[in-house]
Design a protein around this ligand. Structure first.
Ligand code: CA
Length: 357
């Protein structure tokens, strides 16, 4: 029996879900205090401040009936314990991204981003109207968690390089900080993916410990000063074309809310999901201008044959992920079917319009 199925059947790993009693509904004048733990450093641009906005919105819209206090990474628990902390109810909410939990649920990576996969708008369309959200909820159910989309980085940049990439051969031996599925793709292309926390990127790049790093996009990258540590800034972010950020909510805490508060929590996530994409769009645009015109950054497109190679390898990596278990295959099939359909529509709408405007 596959481990995941075993977990499902045995109900283990599902700390908060085994209760069959109806949850006690809190009365309208009860003040509820929730903790939100995040994978981001406190007030981290857009990602951390977006989590702050979500907390503030819930508090405002409920007129203080739910007060949400945000904890940055390491304040209450370390960044990568967010999932477990919310699952066991140490905190009622968390903010991060699903691919951080691949050690527990490998297929959760589909709910963050897929190399050469859907962009922010397409991901949201799949999640809200294409069955993605139902699959995501099913995935987190054994852990007593309810997921919600709560932000999107939009298309990232390929990253900062101290080596020119002129052909797929230049990827061989390239030591690059690139996590997740993108890292696996680079490995298959002969590169050496490494995973480093954000705080170590600048020094590692500057000292030559790594040849390249990806981070997010112009706004976050400018704030990190990465232009002072690398010669070339390559695009596009093939490995993270629209990474969905998530809010996770302890199911028992959520079920205890009256209907109006449930609706507020769900819809506050939707507001932040949209706002964060727009903030990234606005700030990336201004930051790119600063990088190019003030800091004279050499912005380059990855050559077409390099992108073609990475794309072919990405399909292999993602198919292998889908083949890991029945649940991964089900999510992949849904994702892929939606992706094909929306791509056909976007060929004659968004894409052609971008080319002709
Ligand atoms: Ca990234």
């Amino acid at each position: 029996m596959k481990r995941r199925d075993f977990i499902k059947q045995a109900g283990i790993g599902a700390v908060a879900t085994t209760s069959v009693a109806a949850p006690a509904i809190v009365s309208a004048d009860t003040k509820i205090k929730w903790k939100m733990v995040t994978t981001w450093p406190k007030n981290f641009p857009v990602l951390g401040t977006g989590a702050n906005q979500l907390a503030k919105l819930i508090t405002q819209l409920t007129d203080g009936r739910i007060k949400v206090k945000v904890y940055g990474a390491g304040e209450l628990i370390p960044a990568f314990e967010v999932f477990d902390a919310v699952s066991r109810g140490t905190a009622q909410m968390g903010h991060g991204s699903a691919y951080y939990w691949k050690g527990k649920i490998e297929e959760a990576q589909f709910f963050s981003t897929v190399p050469f996969g859907m962009n922010a708008q397409e991901m949201n369309a799949w999640l809200y109207f294409g069955g993605g959200m139902e699959l995501w909820k099913e995935s987190y159910e054994p852990f007593g968690l309810i997921p919600a989309a709560a932000g999107n980085t939009t298309v990232q940049m390929a990253g900062w390089f101290n080596k020119e990439i002129n052909s797929a051969n230049d990827l061989k031996g390239l030591k690059m900080r690139i996590p997740g599925l993108g890292g696996e793709v680079l490995k298959r292309a002969g590169g050496i993916p490494v995973n480093l926390p954000g705080g170590e990127l600048f020094t590692s790049l500057k000292t030559g410990a790594i040849d390249a790093t990806e981070w997010v996009g112009p706004y976050n990258d400018l704030a990190f000063g990465l232009y002072k540590a690398a010669k070339y800034y390559y695009y596009p972010g093939w490995h993270e074309p629209g990474t969905t950020l998530e809010a996770i909510i302890n199911k028992q805490a959520f079920e205890a809310l009256p209907g109006d508060l449930k609706a507020i929590v769900e819809n506050a996530c939707k507001v932040v999901n949209q706002d964060m994409s727009l903030e990234f769009a606005a700030k990336n645009n201004a930051a790119l201008d600063t990088l190019v015109n003030k800091h004279k950054v050499d912005v380059r497109k990855l050559p077409d044959d390099v992108l073609a190679k990475l794309k072919a390898l990405s399909h292999e990596v993602v198919s292998d992920l889908a083949a890991k278990n029945a649940s991964a295959q089900k999510i992949y099939d849904s994702y892929n079917k939606f992706y094909k359909q929306i791509s056909a529509w976007h060929e004659i709408s968004e894409k052609i319009y971008f080319n002709v405007r």
